[in-house]
Design a protein. Sequence first.
Length: 115
Amino acid sequence: MARRLLLLLLLAVLVAGPASADDYRKKREIDAKISVLHAKIANARAREGVITQEISIVTTKIRALEDDVASAQARVDAVERQLALHQERLDRVTERLGLERKKLALVAEVARAVW
């Protein structure tokens, strides 16, 4: 009986031995894959940090440009208001000039009639 038990134990060790080596190989493969994945995650996080900084820089530039555009638009609005005022003055002066020409034409006609 002890002999049988010893044979069974030996058989179990022989059978378990290759499985154990196979399990160790699989564990090493999985560990290697995990290590590669950790490296990829670290790389992705580093790229994320760089991209986040770039986004921050670009956002700051965009805000500065938006401020520039708002300032330029305010200047354009002011110039357009001035232009509208000058156009109104020009229209009034043009109208007066037309009236003065008519008066001058009437005066010239009266002067011709009198002479």
